[in-house]
Design a protein around this ligand. Structure first.
Ligand SMILES: Nc1ncnc2c1ncn2[C@@H]1O[C@H](COP(=O)(O)OP(=O)(O)O)[C@@H](O)[C@H]1O
Ligand SMILES: [Mg+2]
Length: 279
């Protein structure tokens, strides 16, 4: 049984004529770090909203087809039940932070699920270490920095031990230092917990070397889901109107100068290895 399964799923927001999601068929791999890419308005956030039942349960509109999360239909299963399988951190984490201090914030979801106090304590200990927020437990969520809020939001979702963790542009409001910190942390979490992580993000230079797979969206359609090497060597990726990673642009330029690449280098390390052969 796959973690997530879209079957010919389409969705149109009430009042819109166009479908935000158009006949999506998708099964998400387990234990992988996945980048969700597409131009603004291509349907990335809408796709994410399907992954915990917000679409179609919360957002008014019209849908066709079905989405299953760990075998449960997102049409009929309460969103609270789905939240133990899929954890989502949206773009503005402050909207997700509700408690008086960080410790309560992290415990909140577990208390709602009736998890025992001893188990709550154990999970908090583990998750604050992973997200490096041990020193923030007593602080109020509104008085910490943007990068810290983001880590608290990730911690509060992670304690519910989801099989899939999803982040919608988590570093959009962060400076490059904190963006890198969050992204490297997510990679560590993915590897330690062996869960799948899906991240919608523009900072391609940081992410491409770390991810396994890429999902491509264009105009409400899913136009690719494969290993990053396959996607980044494809014509469809090349034509997409998004900021490409610097290494990609550099080596694509060399390719136009008729240097042949079996496989484009995607990290600084791979690029250096390419140049070393001429040494
Ligand atoms: N809450 C909403 N109500 C109506 N239309 C929406 C809503 N959210 C997104 N849309 C529309 O759905 C389409 C896809 O948007 P979105 O999923 O936000 O794309 P992305 O995250 O890739 O920028 C766009 O045309 C957008 O205007
Ligand atoms: Mg979006």
């Amino acid at each position: 049984m796959s973690l997530i399964k879209f079957n010919n799923f389409s969705f149109r927001y009430k009042g819109n004529e166009e479908y935000a999601l158009n006949n999506i068929n998708l099964e998400i791999n387990e234990n992988s770090f996945i980048l969700l890419l597409g131009e603004t308005g291509s349907g990335k956030t809408s796709l994410i909203r399907c992954l915990n039942g917000l679409i179609p349960q919360f957002y008014a509109g019209y849908y066709k087809g079905s989405v299953e999360i760990a075998g449960k239909s997102t049409i009929t299963t309460p969103i609270s039940d789905l939240s133990t399988v899929v954890g989502i951190v949206f773009q503005n984490p402050e909207n997700q932070l509700v408690a008086m201090n960080v410790e309560h914030e992290i415990a909140f979801g577990m208390e709602n699920l009736g998890i025992s106090p001893r188990e709550i304590e154990k999970r908090i200990k583990e998750v604050i270490k992973l997200t490096e927020i041990e020193h923030l437990l007593e602080r109020a969520p509104f008085e910490i920095s943007g990068g810290e809020k983001q880590r608290v939001a990730i911690a509060s979702v992670l304690v519910l031990e989801p099989l899939l963790l999803i982040l919608d542009e988590p570093t959009a409001n962060l400076d490059p230092f904190f963006a890198k910190k969050i992204i490297t942390m997510l990679k560590k979490i993915q590897e330690t917990k062996k869960i799948s992580v899906i991240i919608s993000e523009h900072r391609m230079d940081l992410l491409i070397p770390l991810v396994d797979d890429i999902i491509l969206m264009e105009n409400g359609k899913l136009v690719g889901y494969d290993d990053k090497n396959v996607i980044m060597n494809s014509e469809i990726f090349h034509k997409l109107n998004i900021n490409k990673p610097k290494i990609y642009t550099l080596f694509k330029g060399l390719e136009y100068g008729s240097t042949y690449f079996n496989k484009l280098p995607l990290s600084v390390e791979d690029a250096l290895n390419f140049f070393r052969q001429f040494n």
